[in-house]
Design a protein around this ligand. Sequence first.
Ligand SMILES: *Cc1c(COP(=O)(O)O)cnc(C)c1O
Length: 399
Amino acid sequence: MYITSRLHAALTAATEDQLVFDLGGIEDRYESLLREFPGISIRFAMKACPVGEVLSCLARKGAGFDAASPGEVAQALRAGAPAGRIHYGNTIKSDRNIAEAYRLGVRDFATDSVEDVKAIAAQAPGARVFCRLATDGDGALWGLTRKFGCSPAEVPLVLETARAEGLTPSGISLHVGSQQMTARAWAGAFDRMAGVMKALDARGIQIDHVNLGGGLPALGYLDLCGRPLAPPLTTMFAVIRQGMRRLGAISRARLDFLMEPGRHLVADHGAVRAHVSRLSTRRMPSGERQHWLYLSCGKFNGLYETDALQYPLVFPSHLGGEYVHAVVAGPTCDSDDVFNRGRGLVQVPRDVASGDPVWILASGAYSASYTTQGFNGFSPLPCTWIHREPQHVLGGRSR
Ligand SMILES: *Cc1c(COP(=O)(O)O)cnc(C)c1O
């Protein structure tokens, strides 16, 4: 179980449902990435946690932002990031999106097609573009395949078009897939990037940065059967460092590295305080009797990723005692609102009562963004946060 004492204290003190962030923990993760990859620039992928206080905390530390829309660009600026540290990392954008981001000061755009490059040239004249390379997503919980990126053979064509259109072909990027669980995927990514850099060099295109994307894992998740996912983080870091050295050696010019972590920075340092709606024992149509634990918070309050993983659950008023195995589900009238696709049963104290607190750990990533606007009248969870300094322990509240 992965939880800081600060977060534990905040959850203990909470009497209402909320999503709590430990800003100190998020800062520590940020700093440890800078230590692991000296010289790297971090552009936090905003969709993983579009919570103002979390963004300002990262901006104060010097982080930049990977924004996917003019709305995210504006939010990053409000959080205090200079426009030069914000890039438009979404390959999908309308003419109007590009023009708006350019007006807000963004000068770096991801791309993966000739059509998009021409639109950037028209709406953001002179901008810098980096071309996203497709990956197979193998080894990741969410592969992010097909929708993004071009084949290695196509990258030179896209960047040559950029140059011909008066843009600066400045870099390449990729994403190895979200919650990538293997170091092998990273090794394969560096092989591809090395090949692409050589092809670009042969065409006279000298890039100045490589964007390694997101994909770094959270540490606190369980798989659908309730076992710790335990990603090999140390090995991954070693493979990434080695890959960075290799690309640096290929490049004739100075090569800067960017990374766009999302969940790795925030997942383990956010937790939901929810409560038990009811523990019921029901006879299913098959005749089987099944325990069902209904919580106040489910897929439509942001816990959408329970399709592919389990969050550790803590029942703080029931440590010990007798347990039953239950299906866990959210509170709405939607049969999709069931954790773990109803497969992995979860150990639940037999005597939990309606209203008892439940902590849903490692839920700091993507929960604030996946939440609906009050599906069935269940409002989005309020976000709260705690600072590292004891004098700020009270934190704040948003929404
Ligand atoms: C979502 C996203 C990220 C962050 O992914 P994580 O797996 O959360 O690290 C980074 N870059 C881009 C372009 C993304 O779309």
